[in-house]
Unconditional design. Sequence first.
Length: 264
Amino acid sequence: MRTALCQFTAGTDPEENLRTIDGLAERAAARGAQLAVFPEASMARFGIPLAPVAQPLDGPWAEGVRESARRHGLTVVAGMFRPADGGRVANTLIATGPGVDAAYDKIHLYDAFGFSESRTVAPGQEVVTVDVAGVRVGLATCYDVRFPELFRAHADQGAVLSVLPASWGAGPGKLDHWELLCRARALDATVWVAAVGQAPPGPDADITQPTKAPLGIGHSVLVGPDGRVREQAGTQPELIVADVDTEEVGRVRGAVAVLDNRRL
């Protein structure tokens, strides 16, 4: 399945971000992509009040994503914010395209490295997988990557690819964490991992220096089920289109049957 990793820097204006998504989806479709994965918080970046920009799944922003997916004939996964109880929002992935209309609310909230996502974001509860062009795909978001059980749950539901939109926090060693965790989750569940991050908020941004909000470090990565990196972006906005060999998952699972060998 040809998959596009659509790394960009989201701003504070949802409509402008939607136009960027549409342009990247058009470019991805022109290169034969069946699935286009965008970062977490594609609707609007972190670091601003989220409740005023949040919209329901039948609101104009989500409908704009659906229209883009329809117009370009591919499935789009992108991060948005929905209203939730108590004045908080849900950190949601919308997945939409031919035969697909689903949403995943981020389960594990980023209460780490001095940031408290749970203060403004309500956690999700359900594991979500979707079928894209006959391929089962699991949905996860950013901090979820630190929890291997979610990716194993994707595999248990038949997924051979997990997508991981993110807006990774900058800081010392954080790129190492990102690369290690994405590769480890691919190995844990013997799935492909397409991890797509926000590009940093400027060409001169130093990703080793912490920011008040997780604004992204770039380095989107496609990892095979054997844990090897197949494609990787740098820090600038970038579109990577690559083929995910779904049959490789079966070959790797035949050689290293970690899912079958589990005891706990």
